[in-house]
Design a protein around this ligand. Sequence first.
Ligand code: SF4
Length: 321
Amino acid sequence: MKDAAPGETVLELKNVSKIYDVRQGLLAAPKTLGALQDVSLRIQKGEILGLVGESGSGKSTLAKILLGLLQPTSGKVEIFGQSHESYDRRWIARRIQPIFQDPYSSLNPRKTVREIVGLPLNIHRIADRSEWDGRIKEMLDLVGLPQRLIDANPAQMSGGQRQRVAIARALIMKPEIVICDEPTSALDVSVQSQILNLLMELRETLGLTYLFISHNLAVVEHIATRVAVMYLGRIVEETPVEKLFDKQRHPYTRALMESVLSPEPSLGVPDVQIEGSFPNPISPPSGCAFHPRCAIAGPICSAERPELKGSAQERVACHMR
Ligand code: SF4
């Protein structure tokens, strides 16, 4: 298959839902939980799409569906214009790789860096075994780790070094798309920006496309070219990052922005802080799911769910916008 051209759609979700049946007790009737509801989203070659929302908003479910680790209940997923179902997991893994939140649990502490970074070469039977060391050292250079660490194991490394090992492992297959799921949130604030800068450099050098998932809009704003905001399983807004500061944003996006601009210095890169608690996804609020927490809600908001409307680059789901 030829490489996608800049701007071409490389990943697309079309009306994707993921619904679970949940029992809250042995004798209770099952209820449904909409982890993802009617989500349509496009990711274009070379962009960094930031996906932001609180814990439980559906971000990680969406990532697992894109990685082929979960099947949607309904809707279609396309990779490079072809249905997800036309590819096997191995094919998807060669083109789409994840970087997870916690380098402490995602790396086997008893393996060496050589074994961890080289594992995908072994699984996918890529290149001759005699070439592996060269490929692994090339990756260590690329992610800024000294080659002498090739025989070290994660237990001897700092959090930042471990995350660099995880990035090297993700990139050794030369994927085109990387799904970064909260890749800095387990790291010290001082190390977070080093890893973000590394990811941006790698995108330039290797022509990568990122889906960058975070609960923290400050981090997303730093790295993304476009932002999609999720609330309770649905996309409520999509916007180019430079428009995040516009006054006419979705009230949830504005609340996220305001929490980012919190004057509390001890927060460092602050987390989401919005009035009211996140609703129970098993019994979501009627109409617009954000209405119990929304400062500008009107009578229509609890009665009708707003549609996501606008252009391909800029969409919003709010009765007042
Ligand atoms: Fe707020 Fe209503 Fe807009 Fe929902 S639809 S975000 S409740 S104003």
